[in-house]
Design a protein around this ligand. Structure first.
Ligand SMILES: *Cc1c(COP(=O)(O)O)cnc(C)c1O
Length: 402
């Protein structure tokens, strides 16, 4: 079919999409409506941790679809219970609430923190509800999570914001301390800021934050929607800094491509009462069955060490590109990495890479001077080499164009 034959105008305009319609995906590769193939370093936005349409996800979906799709969230079901216990067994948390998107998991964490702040009032007997978040952070697109986010301009677009979120600077503990009032209940951060440009919180900062929040009786919430589920080479990024948060949210990778998210918390914080939180699809067996299969794959012996190896390899190759083209370096953890371009050529590179023939390359530029890489966690070194070779070709073109 020709692109013009698709009625794309039937979709509400929300973003500029290229004139392509994707029809198939397998591993690191996507195919469009003309049959052209693309090496995909977006993977549904760091969602497909095992690549496109992995066998274990196909199998879990088909097997569960034949058995039970939705008995309602008012009842237990097997995949819901077994995924929750696998998550608590492999983390420092005791309780799990499932939802459908990262924003919803974060919304849930915010609600839980506010509830806990009502149960643990300040010295004047007032409930606490303020949450300290960070500049350039991203927590989702609901009103509360947009208000929590530190994306430039987001304080205005759907004003008024949900109140009670104050922004500190990542890796600067004094800015956090300065924002604490007798109404503060929690500090919430991404252990690696993803949309903000792949900026890791340092180990020292995470440890200082844990110490400060303990001293001031505040909750520490980690948004691991992007950094969790093996992305950094540990199952969860908080493990990189040797601390235990009170609440963690997961999304993206947990479903291996299907809509699934989770909020996990420690027993001491688990203060929801019936009616406080819910959702029609929470813990539905179709999605949690997939989550169970994905987690099992990530926990296979050698899988996470493989992510660390491939992350190191990608880092080395990005540093070679940096030297060769006089770029500004790289940063990241595991297989969440960024190449610093030193100038605003990101969008141009994204377009040129996509339009390469006979195969294209899909890249992301979260900031004009940066490229972000979020391959499948089982990407091969050959697929890294191929991407680097294609990117080098594009960088040569950009250099020639001046
Ligand atoms: C993507 C993302 C979200 C939002 O997840 P959705 O599933 O799009 O709602 C929240 N936090 C972080 C860190 C993310 O990367």
């Amino acid at each position: 079919m020709e692109f013009s034959q698709y009625d794309t105008d039937a979709l509400l305009y929300i973003t500029n999409r290229p004139p392509l319609v994707f029809t198939e995906g397998q591993g690191m590769w996507l195919t469009d409506h003309t049959g052209k193939r693309y090496l995909d370093y977006l993977q549904g936005w760091a969602v497909n941790c095992l690549g496109h349409s992995p066998q274990c996800v196909q199998d879990a979906l088909t097997a569960q679809a034949k058995k039970l799709i939705n008995p309602s969230p008012a009842f237990y079901n097997e995949p819901m219970v077994s995924l929750a216990s696998a998550l608590t067994a492999n983390s420092c948390f005791d309780r799990v609430f499932f939802a459908n998107s990262g924003a919803e998991a974060n919304e849930s964490a915010i609600k839980l923190a506010r509830k806990w702040g009502q149960k643990t009032p300040n010295e004047k007997g007032e409930s606490r509800h303020e949450i300290i978040t960070f500049d350039h952070s991203f927590h989702g697109r609901t009103l509360a999570t947009m208000s929590a986010s530190g994306k430039p301009g987001w304080d205005k677009i759907f004003a008024p914001q949900v109140s009670g979120f104050h922004k500190a600077d990542l890796n600067d503990i004094a800015t956090v301390e300065n924002l604490i009032t007798d109404r503060t209940v929690a500090v919430m951060l991404e252990p690696v800021q993803g949309e903000g440009g792949v900026i890791p919180a340092s180990r020292e900062f995470m440890q200082a934050l844990r110490k400060l929040t303990k001293e001031r009786k505040l909750l520490l919430i980690v948004d691991e929607v992007q950094s969790g589920m093996g992305r950094t080479g540990e199952l969860f990024a908080y493990q990189l800094s040797g601390i235990e948060p009170d609440i963690m949210t997961l999304g993206k990778g947990i479903g291996g491509g299907v809509p699934l998210s989770a909020m996990l918390c420690k027993e001491e914080v688990a203060c929801f009462e019936p009616g406080d939180q819910g959702g029609t699809y929470n813990g539905n067996p179709l999605m949690t069955a997939v989550g169970g299969a994905v987690l099992k794959a990530l926990l296979e012996p050698g899988f996470l060490p493989g992510v660390r190896e491939k992350g190191d390899y990608l880092r080395g190759e990005l540093l070679k590109l940096t030297d060769r083209f006089g770029l500004a370096g790289e940063r990241g953890k595991g297989l969440l990495r960024a190449l610093k371009l030193g100038r605003a050529i990101g969008p141009q590179i994204v377009e040129l890479a996509r339009d390469m023939e006979p195969v294209g390359l899909l890249l992301n530029s979260p900031r004009p001077d940066l490229l972000r890489f979020m391959p499948a966690l089982n990407v091969s070194t050959e697929e890294i080499d191929q991407m680097i070779a294609m990117l080098a070709e594009v960088l040569e073109k950009v250099e020639k164009q001046g």
